[in-house]
Design a protein around this ligand. Structure first.
Ligand SMILES: *Cc1c(COP(=O)(O)O)cnc(C)c1O
Length: 434
């Protein structure tokens, strides 16, 4: 163990402030990061790495974009926090609504966890019901109601997915297999009058990227509308990243092209990209639901640092720079990376599948078809992924330290970066196959 990890473990449980950073999924000792610029991070030993973590999504423009840093510095010079309303927080909320029409009203919070927790409280208050439906493999932050795993059998009460979550909290959450239309329809048939909300990742990205089956999100919207439940679309990761209007915008464009009426979520949660690397998240949605929030309505929600002026400045600058050209650039980089990596793996006979939703993607080793459910994702070869992770690290590339994550590109990655990634995968695949 390095002296750093000894020191970290002597004060931080597991040496980290968020579990995935401990590299338990891949083994080895994480080296702390000292700085980041553009598509690269620099570790504390001075090694520069091409970064495919991007702070788990927020660094969509690349790290430390000069205009974002300038906006943060200007805001900081005016004051770090006032505990009062500011014009900037109104501007960020308007930017969100202007790009994402279902967000008729917006409340800013600091983390995605708060956003989904509040959305659930709103749904329960508005419906007077208690049951939440979620899908196995979708992550919505770490509030009690959402840290629940599937119980035995379909559409039975969930069980705690973490120590410290009460059976009571788990019993009010039904966990269904992702993408399973029959299971969802059955759950509504059996429990419809008790279901307050269905929460789903707009496109699942926290079990690796799983593309929603065509019509699945629409079915959720339809069942919720027909049965008086609230559809909560979690776009904390996909929002303003999977496409200019998140994954909802991608499906909307397809629906319009196919001559279908687009579906609309009732509540949406955002995070990651809207803070550009600072702690900003949001709940948006139907005006009548959102106006249930205090001080207008009876649903309590608050935050000392909500809408923090320095954090919001980063969000406004990031959203401002995130134009059509940036999204096209991300899409082209994702195409090139997926194609190059997949060809390199195939060349050496490494069985793999690509999960893809808009500009988001991940590579599943050991699977020959893109997985559709968490059970299928769980059959991937995580030991082989660990070998890929360490080989790429040695080649100067920082992959997410878990096989259950998306590979994150930024608008600052270049064609040369993609070539370096593909070459490193190719070299690893050659030794792996030998
Ligand atoms: C990251 C994430 C969250 C939680 O956000 P935090 O800011 O880490 O609390 C919730 N939902 C999804 C889909 C996420 O990817």
């Amino acid at each position: 163990m390095s002296s750093y990890s000894e020191r970290a473990r002597a004060i931080l449980p597991g040496g980290v402030n968020s579990p995935v950073r401990a590299w338990n999924g891949v083994g080895g000792e994480p080296v702390p990061i000292a700085a980041a610029r553009g598509a690269r991070v620099v570790d504390a030993e001075g090694r520069e790495l091409i970064d495919l973590v991007a702070s788990w999504g927020p660094a969509i423009l690349g790290h430390g974009h000069p205009e974002v840093i300038a906006a943060v510095q200007e805001a900081a010079a005016r004051g770090l926090s006032f505990g009062a309303t500011t014009e900037a927080e109104v501007e960020l909320a308007e930017l969100i609504r202007d790009r994402y029409a279902p967000a008729e009203r917006v409340r800013l919070v600091s983390t995605g966890t708060e956003a989904t927790m509040t959305a659930i409280r709103l749904a329960r208050a508005a419906t007077g019901r208690e049951v939440i439906v979620k899908f196995a493999g979708c992550y919505h932050g770490h509030s009690d109601a959402l840290l629940v795993a599937a119980g035995s059998g379909l559409a039975t009460a969930g069980v705690p997915d973490s120590a410290g979550v009460t059976r009571g909290a788990a019993q009010d959450t039904l966990v269904l297999p992702y993408g399973d239309e029959a299971a969802l329809t059955d759950a509504f048939a059996e429990h419809g009058s008790r279901i307050a909300a269905v929460i789903t990742e707009a496109a699942p990205c926290n079990m690796g990227v799983v593309r929603p089956p065509v019509g699945f999100n629409r079915l959720i919207a339809t069942l919720c509308r027909n049965e008086g439940a609230v559809m909560i679309l979690d776009e904390v990761l996909t929002g303003f990243r999977a496409g200019p209007a998140g994954w909802w915008g991608v499906e909307r464009a397809h629906d319009l092209e196919a001559g279908l009426d687009p579906w609309t979520p009732d509540l949406v949660t955002f995070g990651k990209v809207i803070g550009g690397g600072m702690p900003v998240a949001a709940i948006g949605g139907r005006r009548d639901l959102m106006e249930q929030l205090a001080p207008l309505g009876p649903v309590y929600q608050a935050g000392t640092l909500s809408g923090n002026p320095v954090a919001v400045a980063a969000g406004i600058a990031t959203m401002g720079l995130l134009d059509q050209a940036a999204h096209e650039r991300l899409a082209a980089l994702a195409d090139a990376t997926v194609t190059g990596v997949s060809e390199a793996l195939s060349r050496h006979g490494i069985v793999h599948a690509v999960g893809r939703a808009g500009t988001l993607f991940s590579i599943f080793l050991g699977l020959s078809e893109p997985p559709a459910t968490f059970d299928e994702v769980s059959t991937q070869d995580t030991a082989q992924f660990a070998r890929l992770f360490h080989a790429l690290r040695d080649a100067g590339i920082s992959l997410p330290p878990s096989a259950y994550e998306a590979w994150f590109l930024t608008a600052a990655h270049t064609a040369a970066d993609v070539e370096a990634i593909v070459a490193a995968v190719d070299a690893w695949a050659a030794t792996e196959a030998a």
